[in-house]
Design a protein around this ligand. Sequence first.
Ligand SMILES: *[C@@H]1O[C@H](CO)[C@@H](O)[C@H](O)[C@H]1NC(C)=O
Ligand SMILES: *[C@@H]1O[C@H](CO)[C@@H](O)[C@H](O)[C@H]1NC(C)=O
Ligand SMILES: *[C@@H]1O[C@H](CO)[C@@H](O)[C@H](O)[C@H]1NC(C)=O
Ligand SMILES: *[C@@H]1O[C@H](CO)[C@@H](O)[C@H](O)[C@H]1NC(C)=O
Length: 376
Amino acid sequence: MAAQLLLLLLPFLFHLSSAAQLYNIADYGAKPDGSDDSASQLAIAWTKACSSIVPATLLIPPGKFLVSQAWLQGPCRNNKILIVIKGIVMAPSSYTSNEQWIIFKRVNGLTISGGLLDGHGQALWSCKSLSIAYSNNVWIDRVSSVNSEQFHITIYRSSHVKVTRAVITAPFDSPNTDGIHIEESSDVEVKECRIGTGDDCISMGPGDSNVWIENVRCGPGHGISIGSLGSSSNQDGVKNVTVKNVQFTGTENGLRIKTWAKPSNAFAQQILFQNATMDNVKNPIIIDQNYCPDHLDCPNQSSGVQISDVTFRDVVGSSATNTAVKLDCSKSKPCEGIMLQNINLGYNGSSEAEMVCSNVHGGSSGVVIPPCCISK
Ligand SMILES: *[C@@H]1O[C@H](CO)[C@@H](O)[C@H](O)[C@H]1NC(C)=O
Ligand SMILES: *[C@@H]1O[C@H](CO)[C@@H](O)[C@H](O)[C@H]1NC(C)=O
Ligand SMILES: *[C@@H]1O[C@H](CO)[C@@H](O)[C@H](O)[C@H]1NC(C)=O
Ligand SMILES: *[C@@H]1O[C@H](CO)[C@@H](O)[C@H](O)[C@H]1NC(C)=O
């Protein structure tokens, strides 16, 4: 009851105290020397910010702060927490566990602004992620990573999450970690990001809906991918995804939907890919429903995932292989409503580019090069 009353009063309290509470990790003894672990000081500042009943700002001031791990959990008592990173947050170089590095869990109303996250060198197979889980109304703005074999951002079971102006770079040969992975989440926006990694620049897993990706540059990497979907028989699908104004440079794939070749009730529907430029991309447009790496448990090599209502519009540039468009759908659940509009993909080799189709229905409009092979 008291808590409810407080909630009612909150707007008035905000009004009275115009300035948010400020919690500077340096005030709790964090040292900007890049060698003393600031994990506990960060945890203290977070606890204060999270339990503040007025908006709170957590400041990581200029300097290099080593943070071994940060588990920053809610629920919090205010829904306006701002984390300002002026300095560099460094991961320990010896990090080898598979756990998350920085995780925000059950937080409603969080902005992370600025900052360089330093993956700190060569520790292979370490997994350095900034994770948002079970959270709502989160904005990650201008966060960049450097020196990371495997830095990535994951969004899991969250809604209303925005990632803008992020720069995520890893060497092209870094082991498989996606730049941004979104799963079981809704109303997610990724805008104005530059991503280069050893795996997908952005991947969308089961249970995603209302995802908007715009102005993203990808390369090196495996492209922007929906999937792999349908790894288990009972799985959520992906619905309502828009990917527009994207550029791929030297990537393995461009725009991809990938599913396991086994029974599943998952689906991918209502997907729009619009205005993409391909520069030397191996598979610029690809639907692959035959994924089954070890050929185990894939009866009939047939995917149960229904793919429908997918449009590729205004996709131009160069393919690095002669199969510029590959629409390889399931024989038990053919793709429905696949539309190609204004496609112009060339192959810079001796032969012309081709499009290959299996089990795909839909149509085309405008100029489509290579010639469209979709059946009605
Ligand atoms: C699809 O998602 C976008 C946000 O990405 C949203 O604005 C739109 O309303 C959604 N459409 C439907 C039909 O749900
Ligand atoms: C297409 O995307 C590029 C960025 O990749 C952008 O500069 C351009 O303005 C977009 N074109 C349209 C018509 O939106
Ligand atoms: C495999 O294919 C056969 C013939 O098309 C079909 O009868 C059978 O149900 C399929 N099995 C599975 C597990 O999909
Ligand atoms: C086409 O191939 C030539 C010679 O291999 C290369 O110099 C050029 O950059 C390629 N162009 C594109 C668009 O890939």
